[in-house]
Design a protein around this ligand. Structure first.
Ligand code: ADP
Ligand code: MG
Length: 349
């Protein structure tokens, strides 16, 4: 460790946390991603005691006994339950620390729909989990850095991050967000659309886990070279008995369409509000798709078809926000310098 050990606080390594609505990832400086678990907490409703966190808690979703409830504290892109978010954050931060006495610097990425009060609350949660300092980074910025976009350059970069609870669209130039759009429509809503379709067309009730599996296996945003089908089990709404239904990928595409349109509309709206010079950069270089939702089959093709612009999927859509937040730890000073320089330049004009 040597000379600079005092700067990293008793051997605690700086952390970056992607506090997503579906998944939480922790990046450790010098190590990379050290944790990736669902943002789920199981609590005992009688005592308020936390029963399980992350992967263990997710297994309990929808199948818990009477007094234990598995909840997603960040359900719709906002912090639905602050105390539980704090517990979860503390659990994850402590899980990756080798020492109880480690006091790392922590950068946390939160959905941009989160309010000022909630932002301060997240900082507080990090501090109470043992962080020496806590900083927040905006999700689109972290995603762009993680996807390798040249955020510091005077050129427009567009990032579309489709997560579980929110979709965030932003245009970035010179280290800052120029325009952005955040909607509470993303992966969860796609799952709901499948549930509603099964209810409407087949009078069968399926769980959200089944809906998500269907989306991953046969879901698509653009016609497939070879259409697929899948067999699912749910509860017949008329007889109340278990029922098996076969769904095709065409049907799932129809089911997803309205929700996908809302995400596409957010992209178009952002383009519409982008200053012409930056819009021209984006026309050339295209948009970068990130977040788990970007893995939906044919989404890039659909985006190209709808916007007449190039669209690329990030190399690692599920981890780029955590990686980008992590890199901001390393380049913290650089980004601040860019920010200051561009502000000075603006003032001089
Ligand atoms: P968040 O940042 O909100 O935690 P993530 O970026 O981790 O969200 O993405 C989670 C969402 O991505 C979930 O809704 C999940 O169903 C969806 N997802 C993951 N993989 C795929 C896939 N292959 N196809 C479609 N959706 C996917
Ligand atoms: Mg995310």
């Amino acid at each position: 460790m040597g000379l600079f050990s005092h700067m990293t606080g008793f051997g605690g390594r700086d952390l970056a946390v992607d506090l997503g609505t579906a998944n939480t990832l922790v990046y450790m400086r010098g190590r990379g991603i050290v944790l990736s678990e669902p943002s789920v907490v199981a609590i005992d409703t009688r005592t308020g005691e936390v029963h399980a966190v992350g992967i263990d808690a997710k297994r309990m979703l929808g199948r818990t006994p009477g007094t234990i409830t598995a909840i997603r504290p960040l359900k719709d892109g906002v912090i639905a339950d602050f105390d539980i978010t704090e517990e979860m954050l503390r659990h994850f931060i402590q899980k990756v620390q080798q020492s109880r006495f480690a006091h790392p610097r922590v950068v946390v990425c939160v959905p941009s729909g989160v309010t000022g009060v909630e932002k301060r609350a997240v900082e507080e949660a990090c501090l109470s989990a043992g962080a020496r300092e806590a900083y927040l980074i905006e999700e689109p910025m972290a995603a762009a850095i993680g996807a390798g976009l040249p955020v510091g350059e005077p050129t427009g970069s567009m990032v579309v991050d489709i997560g579980g609870g929110t979709s965030e669209v932003a245009v970035i130039s010179l280290g800052g967000i120029v325009v952005s759009e955040s909607i509470r429509v993303a992966g969860d809503e796609l799952d709901n659309a499948i549930i509603n379709y099964a209810k409407r067309e087949y009078k069968v009730l399926i769980g959200s886990q089944t809906a998500e599996e269907l989306k991953l296996e046969i879901g698509s945003a653009f016609p497939m070279a070879e259409e697929l089908q899948a067999e699912i089990r749910g509860r017949d709404l008329v007889t109340g008995l278990p029922k098996t239904v076969v769904l095709t990928s065409e049907e799932i595409r129809i089911a997803l369409d309205d929700t996908l349109q809302q995400i596409i509309r957010a992209v178009k709206l952002t383009l519409d509000r982008t200053p012409p010079e930056l819009a021209s950069d984006i026309m050339d270089r295209g948009m970068m798709l990130a977040g788990g939702g970007s893995l939906l089959h044919g989404l890039d093709e659909r985006m190209r078809d709808e916007t007449h612009m190039p669209a690329h999927i990030a190399e690692s859509p599920l981890t780029c926000v955590a990686v980008g937040s992590g890199r901001s730890l390393e380049e913290f000073e650089v980004i601040q310098r860019i920010d200051r320089a561009s502000r000075k330049r603006r003032r001089r004009r």
